[in-house]
Design a protein around this ligand. Sequence first.
Ligand code: M6P
Ligand code: ZN
Length: 194
Amino acid sequence: MPSFATPPIEPMQIRFDFSTAAVQPAGPAMTRRMSSLSGLFAREDLRAAEASGEDPVVYSVVSSPVPEFARELPQSITTIRPGTIGGEFFMTKGHQHPDPQAEIYLGLGGVGGLLMFNGQRSTWIDMAEGVIGYIPPGWAHRSVNTGTEDYSFLAVYPGSAGHDYGWVLEHGMGQRAFSDPTGHVLTPYSAICV
Ligand code: M6P
Ligand code: ZN
């Protein structure tokens, strides 16, 4: 039987600042640089070179103070910088929920995509301000910035869902998103497209 947070979480107002993509009150925050994305891009050689050089920030995540406890609904705002490695767009690590539960994303600014993979099929949702992406239980999910500005989105997920990154390293995400004269192109996961 899941237990409630101790002390219990109180009802609260959480404000989002569109100009800084920050939340107030703020909870945990995280920055992911290229050096923390080993094995995820098709061109691992180019990623490793960037990581040992400038090691740019690829994305950052800020959260409200709602904790990852069963029955709670934590929220986080992820901002992915624009950029590519070997033509492949900057993206999040991507994860599966060990406890298969759904999640929703709401686009806040910029343009991107929500790539989902259930082990057999992968699907892509174009994301922009005002678009809700629904992630059903059992679908691994990764976000991609396909634009030239920051892409930000709000995520709301069950506090007991968890994050399994090993699943994505083992199974992939079905497809990859590369820059293309038309915007973006999706290729099979094994493809290297430069
Ligand atoms: C969203 C949510 C978070 C997740 C974050 C970054 O905000 O899905 O749970 O941590 O994106 O994605 P990842 O954990 O795959 O790096
Ligand atoms: Zn998730």
